[in-house]
Design a protein around this ligand. Structure first.
Ligand SMILES: *Cc1c(COP(=O)(O)O)cnc(C)c1O
Length: 344
């Protein structure tokens, strides 16, 4: 048996630290990918109780699920919206819509026209990541068009935003200058965006000038520290989830721990990952989709508990990720939805 155990009180402590480090900006809790695999509804419900009022849902489906869980007063931002049908659903659910291209602006305006209410739009400038976002050369035409749609009552441009790499301060500085220029041009067009937002976890904590009005923070709220970056202690956060499993078979050499179901851990972690056992930290010698092996320890019994990552005893998901040159989210997000989430 395995379980993904989520400590909601630790989550509340992380949220308090995130809020403190985001000030004077407001924290938008990012909840994409089922709240980074921690389970959307329990996470947004506790966050709401702790005073979080902005949620970054990513896609419309998650936005609607968050709306259902929290009711009409939550501000819910989605930025993966494609086509007229999704725009219609986003407007109907009263979501704040991130718009990263001119075609979507038209879809949102048309959907709002049908619904006879203005859609709240946050225009996204591409500041160099080239993922999605309005290119600087297109920006003047798009903000002018948005102003026109605003005067017709179809959209209300409440925000301007972008996403940055957070890999080098120099690149981030260039992106921020691009962002500032885009905001100035939007104001020249007559727009009055109330919410400017640029930073995710790393930049929000390290660089006050990146905070603006909203910080879009996921990872640090869940206690996932950046690979190769500052420690949890330095950040003032702790992982809120631990993956636990029990010993299901024992022979002279090896103990097998059942992970329950699919996805599991990357096999590349074989011989490179430590887990917490009743006999202390031990190396994982073999990984399959549903179980892992550990060298046996004296007195081992079926049913002994093993912490695979997280919690007080075991290394964190980011510790494991660093062995592979990846990030903690990649380990956490592999915990199958079929593994029971338990909350305490
Ligand atoms: C995932 C995401 C975030 C949150 O990033 P973290 O590093 O987890 O805090 C913020 N903004 C956007 C656009 C994202 O996709």
């Amino acid at each position: 048996m395995s379980a993904f155990v989520i400590d909601l009180d630790q989550f509340a402590e992380n949220l308090a630290e995130v809020r403190r480090r985001s000030a004077p900006a407001t924290h938008m809790l990012v909840v994409k990918d089922d709240a980074y695999a921690h389970g959307l509804v329990p996470i947004v419900t506790r966050a709401w109780a702790e005073g979080v009022r902005w949620f970054g849902a990513f896609d419309v489906r998650t936005g609607i699920a968050t709306r259902k869980a929290l009711g009409e007063h939550a501000r819910i931002f989605v930025w993966l919206v494609s086509g007229r049908d999704e725009a219609t659903a986003a407007v109907a659910a009263n979501l704040d819509i991130g718009v990263g291209n001119a075609a979507l602006l038209e879809d949102v305006a048309a959907a709002a026209g049908d619904a006879t209410k203005a859609a709240r739009v946050h225009l996204k400038i591409d500041t160099g990541l080239h993922r999605n976002g309005i290119r600087p050369e297109e920006w003047p035409a798009v903000v002018d068009r948005a102003r026109g749609l605003e005067s017709r009552g179809e959209v209300e441009v409440v925000g301007v935003w972008s996403h940055i790499g957070e890999a080098s301060d120099a690149d981030d500085d260039i992106a921020r200058a691009e962002f500032e220029a885009a905001v100035a041009r939007a104001r020249t067009a007559g727009l009055t965006p109330r919410f400017l937002h640029l930073a995710a976890s790393a930049a929000a904590f390290a660089r006050p000038e990146f905070r603006y009005d909203l910080t879009r923070i996921g990872a640090f709220a869940y206690g996932i520290r950046p690979a190769g970056g500052p420690s949890e202690d330095e950040l003032g956060i702790s992982p809120i989830a631990s993956l636990t499993a029990t010993v299901t078979s024992v022979d002279d050499q090896a103990v097998r721990v059942n992970l329950g179901s699919l996805d599991g851990l990357p096999t590349a972690l074989q011989n490179r990952m430590l887990v917490a056992t009743p006999a202390g930290l031990r190396t994982v010698t073999e990984i399959s989709a549903t179980w892992l092996s550990i060298r046996a320890w004296p007195g081992v019994r079926i049913g002994d508990a093993v912490t695979v990552f997280g919690g007080v005893d075991a290394p964190s998901a980011t510790d494991a990720a660093e062995q592979l040159g990846t990030i903690g989210e990649e380990i956490v997000l592999r915990v199958s939805p079929l593994v029971t989430r338990t909350y305490r």
